[in-house]
Design a protein around this ligand. Structure first.
Ligand SMILES: CC(C)(COP(=O)(O)OP(=O)(O)OC[C@H]1O[C@@H](n2cnc3c(N)ncnc32)[C@H](O)[C@@H]1OP(=O)(O)O)[C@@H](O)C(=O)NCCC(=O)NCCS
Length: 271
C-alpha cells in the first residue's frame, strides 16, 4: 500500500473527530485541446455508528433537518455516508475548513447539487454501496459521472441480462472474470446515466457500449449513442468504480489510481 493518504492537506480534519483514515481522495489532472483542469475523487467508509454520533460535526443545518425525517436506519446510513463522502471531498477541493458550510441537496431528478456561498460552485456525482461512498467533483463546463459497485457472484446473472448481445462480444480474455467484465459495463452505464441526469429511466440498450479497450490498470468503454463520452473503469480495493467524462479529455488513471489513492480501507464491504 502506498504511503500518503492524500496528496492534498486535510483542511477540515481538525474540526471532525471521525478518524481521517476513513477518507481517501485524489486529484485527477485532466487535459484536452484548448482546456486543462482537474477533478477530485474521494472515497469514504466510516461505519454508521460513527457517522451518526458525529453527524452534527459535518452536516449543514438543512441536511440535519432532512436527516431527522428519514424513517429507516438503512436510509439514514446511506444518507450520512453519501453526505460525509461528498463533503470531505468538497472540503478538500474547495480548501474549506468548515465542512458544515457546504450543503449537498437533491435536485428535482434527485441529482446532487452543491450549495455553497463562495464561487465557483463545483458539480458533483455520487455513488454509495456496501458501506463505501464515492464522490467526484468537476466543473460545470466539463460534465462527469460516477458509479461504484461491489461485484457479487449472486448478481452475475441479473447484470449479465442487462448486457446487450453486442456488448457480450466485447468480453476479452485479458479481463479477469465475467463478473469484472459485466460490472464494468454496468457501472459505466450507470455513471453515464448520472452525467445525463436521467438515471436508468430509459431502456438500457440506449446506453450501449460498442468498444472496450483494456489497459493495464483500467478499461475504457465507448458508448454507441453518446459518442462524446467515455467511461474509465478500475478496481478500488474489492469494488469497481467507473468515471464517465468527455471522450476527448486525456486522463491517465495509472498515475493516480494506485500511487496516490489509499485504498486499504476499501478492501471489503462494510456493514
Ligand atoms: C440514479 C441511479 C442510477 C442511481 O443508482 P443507485 O444504484 O440507486 O445508487 P448509486 O449509489 O449508484 O447513486 C446514488 C446517487 O445517485 C445520484 N443521483 C440520483 N439521481 C440522479 C440523477 N437523476 N442524475 C444524477 N445523479 C443522480 C444521487 O446523488 C444519489 O446519491 P444521494 O441519494 O445520496 O444523493 C438510480 O437511482 C436511477 O436509475 N434512478 C432513476 C429512477 C429514479 O429517479 N427513481 C427514483 C424514484 S422515487
Amino acid at each position: 500500500m502506498k504511503d500518503s493518504l492524500l496528496n492534498v492537506p486535510s483542511p477540515s480534519a481538525h474540526l471532525i473527530s471521525i478518524p481521517k483514515d476513513y477518507f481517501s481522495g485524489v486529484q485527477i489532472p485532466l487535459r484536452r485541446s484548448g482546456w486543462s483542469g482537474s477533478s477530485f475523487l474521494g472515497f469514504a467508509s466510516p461505519p454508521f455508528s460513527i457517522l451518526n454520533s458525529n453527524r452534527h460535526q459535518y452536516l449543514h443545518l438543512s441536511e440535519l433537518k432532512y436527516f431527522d425525517q428519514i424513517p429507516y436506519e438503512r436510509a439514514k446510513h446511506q444518507y450520512l455516508l453519501s453526505r460525509y463522502t461528498a463533503k470531505c471531498t468538497l472540503a478538500h477541493y474547495l480548501k474549506e475548513v468548515d465542512i458544515k458550510a457546504i450543503a449537498v441537496v437533491k435536485g428535482i431528478f434527485r441529482q446532487p447539487l452543491v450549495n455553497y456561498t463562495k464561487h465557483p460552485i463545483p458539480n458533483i456525482s455520487l455513488a454509495h454501496t456496501e458501506g463505501i461512498g464515492a464522490c467526484i467533483i468537476f466543473s460545470r463546463e466539463h460534465p462527469m459521472g460516477l458509479d461504484l459497485e461491489f461485484p457479487k457472484n449472486e448478481s452475475l446473472e441479473s447484470i449479465a441480462q442487462t448486457t446487450t448481445p453486442n456488448e457480450k462480444i466485447l468480453r476479452t480474455e485479458s479481463l479477469e472474470s465475467d463478473l469484472s467484465f459485466y460490472t464494468r459495463i454496468w457501472t459505466a452505464k450507470e455513471a453515464l446515466s448520472k452525467v445525463l441526469g436521467t438515471g436508468l429511466t430509459t431502456p438500457l440498450h440506449v446506453y450501449e457500449i460498442n468498444q472496450l479497450v483494456v489497459k493495464k490498470d483500467y478499461t475504457i468503454s465507448y458508448f454507441k449513442n453518446f459518442t462524446q463520452y467515455k467511461a474509465i473503469s478500475f478496481w478500488v480495493g474489492q469494488f469497481i468504480c467507473s468515471i464517465v467524462l468527455p471522450k476527448m479529455t486525456e486522463c491517465y488513471p495509472s498515475t493516480w489510481i494506485f500511487d496516490r489513492l489509499n485504498i486499504s480501507n476499501f478492501e471489503q464491504p462494510r456493514s
